[in-house]
Design a binder for this molecule. Structure first.
Ligand SMILES: Nc1ncnc2c1ncn2[C@@H]1O[C@H](COP(=O)(O)OP(=O)(O)OP(=O)(O)O)[C@@H](O)[C@H]1O
Length: 211
């Protein structure tokens, strides 16, 4: 078991009785806007720390882990990711430096860009990318870091539906090939049904359905 939540309360926003997430599984988090999906996702890397109850990661209370190390293992791709100034290559090399990774080759960077369908040269300015392209760059950056658990917050929000489908396929393939664990917030019940092992519906800060 990768995560276990028990009687978790976070502010007046979330109340989760009990929930488990298996290792190497794909979980979709769905539900109407403002229901608490983003807040919920942040419990899994302790960006939101429960006020009551317990979150366990790999059978230890999540507070046990050093937050920086935890977030390298359990990495979140937010709705509006920060793109660094500079080139696309800079975006890859900076994140590797910031996280004490060895610098990868330009060939690897290019391969990642093509994986997320960004067919630009590495010296292109990241600031010139559209919102959806920035999100795809951020996804490529996350894959470069190779975390054990990926938390994707609405990977589709800034993408048209065809790109969205494609990107989700990239993420799902990556997660399956490399035996990762994925939790993704999505507005698309179709994508949830197509790809998820577990679908959690959150309404009004509570789990309405878990199947
Ligand atoms: N740190 C916080 N402190 C207080 N209220 C918050 C905090 N974070 C979120 N909220 C509130 O909690 C509720 C749930 O927000 P959240 O972003 O988790 O919903 P969501 O389901 O992800 O919505 P959407 O689908 O629109 O992104 C909202 O009413 C929001 O305003």
């Amino acid at each position: 078991m990768m995560f276990e939540l028990s009687a978790v309360k976070f502010k007046d926003i979330l109340l989760i009785d009990y929930l488990t997430i298996e290792a190497q599984s794909i979980t979709a988090v769905v539900g109407s806007s403002g229901g608490g999906k983003t807040t919920f996702l942040k419990l899994f890397n302790n960006m939101n720390s429960a006020d009551q109850g317990d979150v366990f990661y790999k059978n230890r209370k999540i507070n046990y882990y050093d937050p920086v190390k935890l977030r390298r293992e359990v990495t979140m791709l937010p709705q509006n990711p920060v793109v660094f100034p500079g080139s696309l290559a800079d975006n890859f090399s900076l994140i590797e430096k910031l996280t004490d990774h060895k610098l990868s080759s330009f060939t690897k960077y290019k391969k990642l860009l093509s994986k997320v369908d960004l067919n630009y040269k590495l010296d292109r300015a990241a600031a010139d990318l559209s919102g959806g392209e920035k999100q795809r760059l951020a996804l490529a950056r996350v894959m470069l870091l190779d975390p054990e658990v990926l938390l994707l917050d609405e990977p589709s929000s800034a993408l048209d539906s065809l790109t969205e489908q494609k990107i989700i396929e990239v993420v799902v393939n990556y997660v399956k090939n490399k035996a990762k664990t994925l939790l993704m917030v999505t507005h698309s019940t179709r994508l949830a049904n197509d790809y998820a092992d577990q679908i959690i519906t959150i309404e009004d800060g509570k789990i309405k359905e878990n199947k």
